[in-house]
Design a binder for this molecule. Structure first.
Ligand code: CTP
Length: 396
């Protein structure tokens, strides 16, 4: 987790420098402290004002200011990690050869912390032997390289050389530098999102779940070192984290089949998906026409995944369910805990403002088999995921 870490962000002159604004924003949002050093030419692509506003720190660029010398050694020693993103071809070549004609390079040469770079250049430059040679030199210095992506380039051509997206850079940092080992060797299954129950080629019964809570849980498990299996219903959220294996499903039946297959190999399973309780009895292969004034759809019960896993649970497995209620919340949550043989139920009350489907925040109460009941205040879904995983670790 980058939370609480001191990140020194080096920005060099590349069109991808605009992404350094979002990268800074995401690092700050994740709880990191960020200081930015720019090369003089980076300022042609992005302004120091934008980066100082977002990083909440002065942006440094010159080795000397009037008759003051900027202490690059102190900067390099302050940081837990130096990230150079974007890394231009020119700065790469200078780093590979120990040149020192700007503050970013001087800081790089005196950095006592690990250094990671995210190259950005056009494909022809990327494929040039000197680029490969310089990157190999950087690797030889112990620096880490974040792979470039294929896509549309500044030249208008399509090819390799795009800088990794800010989200991917952060996940690279988490995986390679700031990982926790609390759940190392454990496998976690998480369900997330809604399910869609189709009754003709274009229509289905669904619900308003976005999958954000489950995805936050999957990320949290990954951050703690677990191997994560995410079974994700039809959500618009994308998950690109190398630590999370995503199985995409549509219906409750598909989610049930996927979970049953994965569950035996896991030590933790958290069912946070909003699974449809009923599904249409029949499916029309042709689009249903509006031939009558009323239309009745016959539905049958879906399989209860949490219940099925509860029935199969081994003593070494921890099973967690959610309960979304708006009446008799506590009684219903407690009932689900025993009837579904779960170890923990996370209660969401629809009566709490800013909690539930679609929000970025949530407010939960955790009920454990031991009788423990822990209410939490309203927080971001990622912070709620942290609270839930903390409790799960205690149960494991
Ligand atoms: N759940 C499930 N499979 C279903 C329905 C629900 O695994 N077919 C899980 C949910 O992922 C959640 C828990 O069961 O973890 C409780 O879901 P909820 O909709 O609150 O309750 P239900 O069991 O469906 O009961 P009811 O709708 O009567 O409250």
């Amino acid at each position: 987790m980058v939370e609480g870490k001191k990140i020194l962000l080096g920005v060099s002159g590349s069109i991808a420098a605009y992404k350094s604004i979002l990268l800074t924003r995401l690092l700050i949002k994740a709880g990191a402290e960020v200081k930015v050093v720019m090369t003089p030419s980076a300022k042609d692509f992005v302004t120091p004002l934008s980066l100082s506003t977002i990083s909440k720190n002065e942006v440094l660029s010159d080795l000397f200011r009037e008759d003051n010398w900027i202490n690059h050694v102190a900067l390099g020693r302050w940081a837990d990690l130096m990230v150079i993103a974007p890394l231009s071809c020119n700065t790469l070549a200078k780093m590979a050869n120990g040149l020192c004609d700007n503050l970013l390079l001087a800081t790089y040469l005196s950095a006592a912390c690990p250094v990671v770079v995210a190259p950005a250049m056009d494909e022809d430059m990327w494929l040039h032997p000197s680029t490969k040679f310089n990157l190999e030199k950087l690797k030889g210095f112990g620096n880490r390289i974040i792979p470039v992506e294929k896509g549309e380039l500044a030249s208008g051509l399509y090819g390799e050389g795009r800088m990794a997206e800010p989200e991917q850079i952060i996940s690279f940092l988490d995986v390679n530098f700031f990982f926790s080992t609390e759940l190392k060797g454990k496998r976690a299954l998480v369900t997330a999102g809604p399910t869609h129950e189709p009754f003709d080629p274009v229509r289905y019964i669904g619900n308003q779940s976005t999958g954000k809570m489950g995805i936050a849980l999957a990320l949290e498990f990954a951050e703690r070192g677990a191997e994560v299996e995410l079974v994700l219903g039809p959500s618009s959220q994308e998950v690109h984290d190398p630590r999370i294996r995503v199985t995409r499903v549509q219906s409750a039946e598909e989610m049930y089949q996927a979970c049953l297959k994965i569950f035996p190999s896991t030590q933790v399973a958290v069912m946070s998906a909003a699974v449809a309780d009923y599904t249409p009895v029949s499916f029309s292969t042709e689009k249903i026409k509006k031939n009558s004034e009323t239309f009745t759809l016959e539905l049958s019960r879906t399989k209860d995944i949490l219940q099925a896993l509860g029935d199969k649970k081994r003593p070494d497995q921890v099973l967690v369910g959610f309960a979304l209620e708006n009446t008799d919340e506590v009684a219903h949550a407690r009932k689900k805990l025993t009837s579904k043989n779960a170890d923990m139920i996370v209660l969401n009350s629809l009566n709490d403002a800013g909690a539930g489907f679609g929000y970025d925040t949530n407010q939960v109460t955790i009920f454990e088999k031991s009788g423990l009941e822990i209410p939490f205040g309203r927080k971001s879904k990622q912070a709620v995921a942290r609270d839930i995983v903390d409790r799960i670790i205690k149960l494991l």
